[in-house]
Design a binder for this molecule. Structure first.
Ligand code: GZL
Length: 329
């Protein structure tokens, strides 16, 4: 082949790659998008809209994608794993550049993640983790340390009751069964109170992270348990539902039954300012900007950390009351 023909062929191939890359079908070999004019396309599968935390997380992701100039294909799974798997397969079909998702439960993802890997589409986990042993199935996990959150809740309880001596009967509203936050917040809390025999978890059941279910399960606890000193709720929405049940039973939340919760959403801070929740461990939902930065780096083939933990704090009623006026979610 003449040199001229070979050069023409190479140039043609170059244009083909760039064009393919510019077609939104960037699911190819991760070619750099700089200068190609290609708008990065992100497929995002969200757990659902079960809580105030989730609403804030969705808003953060959508606003951040817009700000970053990323085309977002967003899917709400209504807390069903099969819907997330369907959404991920659809993103693969559409040849998106990157897939990000918050896995509703920890297990059952390897097959669909292998399909994404075979299609050369990188995956980023955000908010919740998967229990896959194959680390090649996702590029990075951006989210909170749920074990630390559970431990912070338990540590507060131990301090709160340090002066006393009698049994402390605890009821626990667990998050979605099989989810990373439910598993880890439960184990972190148990670690904090273990070895202190006076702390007894007398009942523990999932409230699926929702207010309605949290109220329903708390009603059952109130009927079945002769003495409840503390409620540990894996998220504020279940705590807020439980507060309704406690008040309808003629008891004072925060006084007759102390409440320690997780998330730190505005409605919980309002309840804290009214003395109804005694301690709140923050779980930061505002992950959007970090996620978009991560997505761009992954698409560009840059090295990224396998695990990125989000910054978050803890709140007493005084701190929550002070933070209320500026609380974004
Ligand atoms: C935690 C997140 C949990 C929140 C709940 O990162 O996955 O799911 O704690 C939400 O409010 O439903």
């Amino acid at each position: 082949m003449s040199k001229r023909a070979a050069a023409a062929l190479a140039a043609g191939a170059m244009v083909l790659t760039l064009t393919a890359c510019g077609s939104g079908g960037g699911g190819g070999g991760g070619s750099a998008d700089k200068g190609s004019g290609h708008k990065l396309v992100l497929g995002f599968s969200q757990v659902g809209a079960e809580s105030g935390w989730r609403t804030a997380n969705t808003k953060s992701v959508q606003e951040a994608a817009k700000k970053a100039g990323i085309e977002l294909k967003f899917s709400d799974a209504q807390q069903k794993q099969e819907n997330q798997i369907k959404a991920i397969r659809s993103f693969i079909q559409q040849k998106v550049d990157v897939i990000a998702f918050s896995p509703v439960v920890e297990s059952g993802w390897d097959t669909v993640l292998k399909e994404a890997k075979d299609a050369h589409i990188p995956v980023v986990l955000t908010d919740r983790a998967v229990d896959s042993k194959d680390e090649s199935l996702y590029a990075s996990f951006l989210g909170s340390d749920f074990v630390a959150e559970g431990k912070a809740a338990g540590d507060w309880l131990v301090k709160e009751y340090a002066a006393g001596s009698g049994d402390v009967n605890i009821v626990q509203l667990e998050g979605t069964t099989g989810s990373a936050p439910a598993n880890d917040r439960k184990s972190g809390f148990a670690d904090a109170v273990k070895g202190q025999s006076r702390f007894k978890v007398v009942a523990s059941q999932t409230g699926d992270f929702t207010r309605a279910k949290g109220k329903e399960v708390m009603q059952a606890f109130l009927k079945s348990q002769p003495k409840i000193d503390v409620l540990y709720a894996h998220n504020d929405d279940m705590a807020l539902g439980a507060i309704q049940a406690i008040e309808e039973a003629g008891k004072k939340p925060g006084t007759d039954i102390k409440i320690v919760s997780v998330d730190g959403v505005k409605d919980a801070f309002t309840a804290m300012s009214q003395g109804k929740i005694n301690y709140d461990v923050e779980c930061n939902p505002l992950l959007g900007d970090q996620l978009m930065d991560l997505v761009k780096k992954v698409k560009a083939g840059e090295q990224v950390p396998r695990r990125i933990k989000t910054e978050e704090g803890t709140f007493t009623p005084e701190q929550a009351t002070a933070a209320l006026p500026n609380r974004q979610y």
